[in-house]
Design a protein around this ligand. Sequence first.
Ligand code: NDP
Length: 439
Amino acid sequence: MNSYVEKILNEEINKHPEELEFNQALEEVLKTISVIFDNHPEYEEMKILEKLVTPDNIVKFKVDLKRDNGDLETYDGYRVQFNNSVGVYKGGLRFNSHVNESVLKALGFEQTFKNALTGLAMGGAKGGSNFDPKGKSEEEIKRFCESFMQGLANHIGEGKDVPAGDLGVGAREINYLYDAYKKIKNNDEEGFITGKPIEKNGSLVRKEATGYGLVYLLNEIIKIHPISHEIRVIISGSGNVAIYTAEKCKELGMKVVGMSDSKGYIIDENLDLEQIKVIKEQKRGKLSEYSKGIYHEGSIYDAEIKADIAIPCGCQNEIDIKRAQNLVKNGIKIVIEGANMPDENDAIRYYLKNNIVFVPGKAANAGGVSVSFFEMEQNRLKEKWNFEKVDTLLKTTMINIHNQCLEAMKEYKLDSHDYLRAANLASAKIVIDKLIKRQ
Ligand code: NDP
């Protein structure tokens, strides 16, 4: 590792040894971009790394919730505005009991690179609370969103910082947050939050964006790493990302042979996606209710299923080294991440050692935030774009992400399977260039 990179990494870890998630994110990214600092020794004097690893602002606030039984609970609210050298702060809000400052710093740092890679003018941010909407009544969730927005409203806004949803913050919560902001600010701003319902100036294609975008990128990768027979795909999860990934895979002639949820998985050579949509999107049910194929409890990654492409869209750290070994044994040639960080580091190393193409979420799931950007643009211009226009812009963005990865592979003589290093290097270069221009 470059000595300047090593020095800053050690200093950071010593500054906040308790921030395990943030330190892990720093280590993972800095190791892969070290070569940039070998080529540019002048960056040390310019203190580029210090700027790259330090969040611009961390806003903390208290969020009170009155429960239906009259009890008062207090939660932590945060907004980490990590870096706005590329554009306005942009990143989701997460409501989950595991949320703390370290988790949000890690996610805000990652988001800075993901957003830069889209080529769109967005900086990185992340926010949320250690409140978990699961098990709370509709009224309690509404009151929580109102109270959260009291703490957040003065720190966000069009052209400044634009949050969106993330885990625990879906369409329902965005709707409540939108109404609360409007009540506090009483202005005609629309682009202060994204993922809004269509009738509240949301964008078409937002629902499909992450899954469709992933497959547009995958389509480019297959041109470089061709598969000469009918392509067989397995997808973990059956939520928003998984369903629209499966839909686009099928549309492009790939065969989706397995999907899963948090309890189990189904194997079906003739997968009925419409039935899965009804179970998951309408009934909010379990995959065990699927009436065809074969259902098993456990992880799809422990199963014996011959397939070419694995698309993890479930949760963080779904795939450890053992599951990675199983995937390779089953004939997988490409692993492309729909979720954020579903593969453990050992699993990624194993793929690359075995010449498996590995594409990190930072590149593969960037379609969601890209369409959020198009939602902001529509709000700014007071326009409503049709499905085809947004879909075309999404496709162009994903092809651009792929081109940037290819350029990084060429410039740094990377292995053509290693989209992790390529994505980190390509995005870090963009952020650093902007940081320098701002100095
Ligand atoms: P959803 O909540 O809609 O779906 C998550 C799915 O994963 C559910 O089907 C859930 O099962 C399943 N799941 C949860 N834990 C596991 C597990 N251990 N093993 C297998 N499946 C599991 O989330 P999204 O689809 O929106 O997001 C999925 C991931 O993608 C998250 O990491 C998110 O941060 C990331 N992401 C999402 C974007 C978006 O636009 N939605 C954008 C970028 C990233 P069950 O149905 O049983 O709950």
